[in-house]
Design a protein around this ligand. Structure first.
Ligand code: ADP
Ligand code: MG
Length: 249
């Protein structure tokens, strides 16, 4: 049993079968990539996992509990964090201010309680935010504004904002899309570091084969909404079915 189990998931948009009988098992502590040509259903699958879309049929369980019927916020509270294609940070807040948002959200599920909480717990939260910024090499930039960071540093900050919530599963949606080669390599290194240090489970949706083969231990290939092959990277490279699915890309 994987920490994330997707069984017979189907999703239609009108006449279009975006997901057809998707089965996927993500092993705890692994890095599992989901690849596939444009329109294969990758984003639709991710949106099902985070509660933004409800499948027509099938089940999705995380650590044995169904995620279906829960709101994105509730799914996040279960321990699933999503990293967006474009880093979702606040440009007009400093790096440290950005970090405090998930810290307070995690503590009480809302920002309301904040004002009546004790100063002592605020100190603990700030320390925790600082530790996490140190871990992703962003502590020297704590007073910089989000908007002035490089693409790679925005990604680092966003990762820190995710990790401070101590998720058990990170879902990454094309985390290097639009990045320079240097920022892409930095992001690969960062994800490797995080995975090694924290043994965190990662499911990564990715188009860039360099990223996939640098990180993934298992790869599922989606084509036209259905898993075509699932195997270790060495067996996916040059797989005739995979080549065929990518023809014309
Ligand atoms: P991928 O992320 O692999 O490129 P998507 O999951 O975005 O693929 O899309 C899968 C298919 O579903 C595509 O044909 C796309 O046009 C269609 N689709 C995705 N979202 C919607 C939607 N909200 N309404 C209608 N069709 C959609
Ligand atoms: Mg997509």
């Amino acid at each position: 049993m994987g920490i994330l189990e997707v069984k017979n998931v189907n999703k239609r948009f009108g006449g279009l079968q975006a997901l057809g009988d998707v089965n996927l098992s993500v092993a705890e502590n692994s890095v599992h990539a989901i690849i596939g040509p444009n329109g294969a259903g990758k984003s639709t699958l991710l949106n099902v996992l985070v509660g933004k879309l409800v499948p027509d049929t099938g089940t999705v369980t995380f650590d044995g509990n169904s995620v279906l019927g829960r709101t994105p916020f509730q799914i996040n509270q279960m321990g699933i964090s999503r990293v967006f294609q474009t880093p979702e940070i606040f440009g007009d807040l400093t790096v440290m201010e950005n970090m405090l948002i998930p810290c307070f959200a995690k503590r009480d599920g809302s920002f309301r309680m904040h004002a009546i909480e004790s100063i002592a717990s605020e100190h603990a939260i700030i320390e925790r935010a600082e530790e996490m910024l140190t871990e992703v090499n962003m502590i020297d930039k704590r007073e910089m504004h989000g908007a002035s960071l490089s693409r790679g540093d925005k990604r680092r900050l966003e990762m820190a904002m995710c990790l401070v919530q101590e998720p058990r599963l990170l879902l990454l949606d094309e985390p290097t899309a639009g990045m320079s080669r240097a920022d892409t390599n930095n992001t690969i290194e960062l994800l490797k570091e995080i995975h090694t240090k924290r043994n965190i489970t990662m499911a990564i949706i990715e188009h860039d084969m360099h990223v996939v083969f640098s990180l993934a231990q298992r790869i599922t290939v989606l084509a036209q909404g259905t898993p075509l092959v699932e195997d270790i990277p060495e067996n996916i490279k040059g797989h005739p079915k995979v080549k065929e699915a990518y023809l014309g890309e």
